[in-house]
Write a protein that binds this ligand. Sequence first.
Ligand code: DC
Length: 239
Amino acid sequence: MMKNSNMEKIIIAIDGHSSCGKSTMAKDLAKALGYKYIDSGAMYRAVTLYCLENGIFIDDEPDLDKLRNAIDDIRIDFIFNPASGISETYLNGRNVEKEIRSMSVADKVSPVAVIGFVRRAMVQLQQAFGKDKGIVMDGRDIGTVVFPDAELKIFVTASPEVRAQRRILELKARGDKGVSFEEVLANLKKRDFIDSTRSESPLRQAEDAMVLDNSDLTIEEQNRLLMDWVDQTLQKNNA
Ligand code: DC
């Protein structure tokens, strides 16, 4: 991998379905390049956690008026934790990295992520994070809405079954052992459907995105492919 501090920094936008390994990929890329990493899904999850903790949900739907009134009071930051080596998510000054990955948040995040005023607030913040470039951001609309001029766009996908299996392992590693494969698969499919059919910034591949289907790729194979794309982009950008 080429890494030269004199090189012009780029923006790398990574979009795709949930549990495709986008975050790990984005984190590793950011580390290799010495770039910032922002997990945009964590921001929608943090807003969802706020709604759950502040009585904004009525059954499965957030109360729009209450959320509109609260949106300016929701502060989201990412703070690098040298011990874990990752940027952790903070909601109004509190570290919520663990809470936002729970099933209760995963179950409720899609209806929050479809709300126009929530998306506008998050996109504004995301663009501010990327104003000096040198950033890897992953999500659903990064290459299409947040950074339409990103130098490198990657669209990641994998079969729902492969993704559910990966999510189960992730949940188990976090100590969440009571969740079944079927439950996770159903949750993934439901979120895929909502994410790609919503009217606000639906998940779709940018025309100029590189497609990465990693259902049958090893991490090494995937990394090699990614490094090639990054090298080519950096060379083009610095030519
Ligand atoms: O990537 P994730 O599973 O942490 O994302 C959580 C939810 O947030 C998911 O339902 C899609 C939504 N999301 C979004 O709408 N736009 C983004 N840029 C990132 C995530």
